[in-house]
Design a protein around this ligand. Structure first.
Ligand SMILES: Nc1ncnc2c1ncn2[C@@H]1O[C@H](COP(=O)(O)OP(=O)(O)OP(=O)(O)O)[C@@H](O)[C@H]1O
Ligand SMILES: [Mg+2]
Length: 383
């Protein structure tokens, strides 16, 4: 069922945990609320569940206004991070709990169905303490899903699991969501988790949604420096607009005589409505490029194909990570540029102290308004 959140905000005393928020979460979608600790994710989720009363605004489920409904009258279930199972009940009885509470006694088929869904078929008679973390997590999920909620809210449900199990459960959750087809709203501070699972991600910062969209769009077209650095890493170089053409803008990075090209459709959006605007000559922008889009060539024999953006630099640090090589390059345009190269054909001359040329496709360049540089520094908020 589509969730429509209009102007929903939450103030605790004199502290605004969630600024009035507008969100539409389409029926059947896997929606993630992503952000660092304290940005208001849980509060938002609790307001949808009815566990927290909004200070302002309304919440609709389909056409029904549920803002004033108590939690148990909402067709919504929540799975929390500490999915406290009942220790004295076995798996089957934990799953059946919601049905029993509603006075339903014939639970066998429904419990079987849930056990199949979460692939715990043979463990029905075990007690929670005889299960691994991931298995307990599945029981918690089955326990919530058996009530056939229209919406399932998940608050860091994988937080207690180790990394490998977490990755495995992410794929599991996604499979289960597509099988049952109900709307999932998933809260996480893990950007990889949000990107792996969600159709749509809302990136929150300080009680506001900074940007909302499919993972690939957020990654390729970040609108704010916070998003540019919270989802992966971005190199951001300050540059002045030197020419504005029909399909591209030319910029000169501060401290250089280089020219970078920025396709017109990658110019920064107006903060208010997100529409692209035409930058003005002389204006300062932040030019962004992701570390994996950049190629490195040794300065001695750099043959950079025409039309690519390029900057000069000197390698400060090189790390060998097996799957990739990561370089830190100081450029007159910007110190500490990050470059990731796939570990395929490695140029062994690319060692600290070497002079290099960094180059990339103009289409992989994005730009942000320089005066919207707060609230972020590279790496902030990365969990
Ligand atoms: N009952 C409350 N009274 C006062 N302040 C609160 C209350 N609940 C939450 N807050 C504050 O509101 C802000 C948002 O809290 P919230 O729990 O929504 O964050 P979160 O994004 O879920 O963080 P985390 O990732 O750490 O769980 C925090 O600064 C928190 O201290
Ligand atoms: Mg939380």
């Amino acid at each position: 069922m589509t969730i429509t959140i209009s102007g929903v905000g939450k103030v605790f005393g004199d502290f605004t945990a969630v600024h009035p928020l507008d969100l539409t979460i389409p029926e059947g979608s896997f929606f993630a609320l992503l952000g660092a600790s304290g940005c208001g994710k849980t509060t938002t989720l609790r307001m949808i569940a009815g566990l927290e009363e909004p200070t302002s605004g309304s919440i609709l489920l389909g056409d029904q206004d549920i803002t004033a409904l108590p939690p148990h009258e909402r067709p919504v279930n929540t799975v929390f991070q500490n999915y406290a199972l009942f220790p004295h009940l076995d798996v089957r009885e934990n799953i059946a709990f919601g049905l029993r509470r509603r006075g339903i006694t014939d639970v066998k088929d429904k419990v079987d169905e849930m056990l199949d869904l979460v692939e715990l078929g043979s463990l029905g008679r075990r007690k929670p303490r005889q299960l691994s973390g991931g298995q307990q997590q599945r029981v918690a999920l089955a326990r919530a899903l058996i009530n056939r909620p229209r919406v399932l809210l998940l608050d860091e449900p994988l937080g207690a699991l180790d990394l490998k199990l977490r990755r495995q459960m992410q794929l599991e959750l996604k499979r289960i969501q597509s099988e049952v087809g109900i709307t999932f709203v998933h809260v996480t501070h893990d950007q990889e988790e949000a990107m792996t699972m969600a159709d749509s991600v809302a990136v929150m910062y300080g009680g506001r949604v900074e940007q909302l969209g499919p993972p690939a769009e957020l990654y390729e077209h970040p609108r704010t420096t916070f998003v540019a650095n919270f989802l992966g890493t971005s190199n951001l170089v300050e540059a002045e607009v030197t020419a504005v053409g029909e399909d591209a803008v030319r910029l000169r990075p501060t401290g250089t005589e280089d020219t970078l090209r920025l396709p017109a459709d990658r110019c920064p959006p107006l903060p208010a409505d997100g529409e692209r605007r035409v930058p003005e000559e002389g204006e300062k922008l932040l030019v962004g490029v992701r570390p994996e889009k950049i190629s490195l060539a040794h300065a001695d024999d750099a043959s950079v194909p025409a039309g690519r953006n390029r900057l000069n630099g000197r390698i400060r640090d090189a790390s060998y990570l097996g799957v990739s090589l990561q370089y830190v390059v100081d450029s007159p345009a910007c110190p500490g540029l990050l470059v990731y190269e796939q570990n395929v054909e490695r140029d062994t001359r690319l060692t600290p102290g070497s002079d290099v040329v960094l180059h990339w496709q103009p289409a992989h360049t994005f730009a942000l308004d320089a005066d919207r540089a707060e609230p972020s520094a590279a790496g902030e908020g990365v969990a």
